[in-house]
Design a protein around this ligand. Structure first.
Ligand SMILES: O=C[C@H](O)COP(=O)(O)O
Length: 318
């Protein structure tokens, strides 16, 4: 990831003027999901692009060194070598965008990727993931420890209480402190959109997160009852576009939570291309946070290459 956001001052005037036209957002979101998508070779190429943007994730209570190691090896070789060879893509260095784990598993991931001779970044969730309801002191310490253990990307969750009670200055200050604690590591800010109550709050929280120096804004933890949806994404990417127009700073976008199918991955790529342009189709500015998406993409690529659907045993586990 090369793009960095130094942040900007908190512009409360801008935040107070925010209005979202909900019916228009819902109409546009519907249109993106229902339209015909790319086919054949183009589809395979888009799916490979999606693979390079996946933050391959495991965030479970029963995570151990061994499943994290397996995930890292899958991140290094996300698609079977013979399938890539059949598409003449075997020497293109296709890997997942990052591996995403809990702070306590960062060392396992760093070790596994080092052993595999692979430079994929390790992303750690932090700041009291998923609820963000621990004292600020411990949330900050969690960020510092994850960085110390080798995380080069931090997926921090915001304190949703501050959004729901309109405390924009306090939200900005907290995120600024997380940004400082991240040091050289990139910061992705998870809004937990399913908890924020309205599209207007989501737009405002997106702006505050970007003003406070987030390199990415991310929809969800995957643990809320509603996670990445297209209406929410539209509001967030339009906030990214407005922030870029006003400051010249490019902030990335990461939908996460419940993204499971290749078809959905294609719709997410279409949304990025149409709303933000080709610059946002790269892992530097776009990630898909997903624990169970890669398997379906690999199955679709297997079908593209062989004309058959893969049996369960044909593809290595993600
Ligand atoms: O940040 C990533 C999400 O937690 C993944 O959610 P998921 O398990 O629904 O794919």
């Amino acid at each position: 990831m090369s793009v960095r956001n130094p942040g900007a001052g908190l512009d409360l005037g801008w935040i107070s003027r925010v209005q979202v036209n909900q019916p228009a957002v819902l109409r546009r979101a519907e249109q993106i999901q229902t339209r015909r998508t790319v086919k054949k070779d183009w589809q395979a190429a888009w799916l490979l692009r999606a693979v390079t943007c996946i933050d391959l994730t495991t965030l479970s209570g029963d995570d151990t060194a061994s499943n994290v190691h397996r995930l890292c090896f899958k991140a290094k070789r996300p698609i079977r070598e013979d399938l890539l060879r059949a598409m003449n893509m075997h020497d293109q260095g296709i890997t997942a965008g990052a591996v995403c784990v809990y702070p306590a598993r960062v060392r396992d991931a760093v070790q596994a990727l080092k052993a595999a001779g692979c430079k994929i970044p390790v992303a750690s969730v932090a700041t009291g993931f998923p609820a963000g309801q621990t004292p600020l002191k411990t949330r900050l310490e969690e960020v510092r420890l994850a960085v110390e253990d080798g995380a080069s990307e931090l997926d921090i969750v915001i304190n949703r209480t501050l959004v729901l009670t309109g405390q924009w200055e306090a939200l900005y200050e907290e995120i600024r402190q997380f940004h400082e604690a991240c040091g050289e590591a990139h910061m992705k800010t998870i809004l937990g959109t399913g908890d924020l109550g309205s599209l207007t709050n989501i737009y405002k929280a997106s702006l505050v997160a970007m003003m406070a120096g987030s390199d990415f804004i991310k929809t969800s933890t995957g643990k809320e009852s509603v996670n990445a949806t297209f209406p929410v994404a539209l509001v967030m990417v339009r906030a990214i576009r407005d922030f870029h127009c006003k400051t010249g700073i490019k902030v990335g976008f990461k939908p996460a939570g419940g993204i499971r199918s290749a078809k959905e991955a294609l719709a997410w790529l279409s949304l990025m291309k149409e709303e933000l342009g080709a610059d946002w189709l790269k892992p530097e500015l776009f990630r898909l946070g997903a624990s169970s998406l890669l398997g379906d993409i690999e199955r679709q690529i297997y079908h593209h290459v062989t004309g058959r659907y893969a049996a369960y045993h044909d593809l290595p586990m993600a």
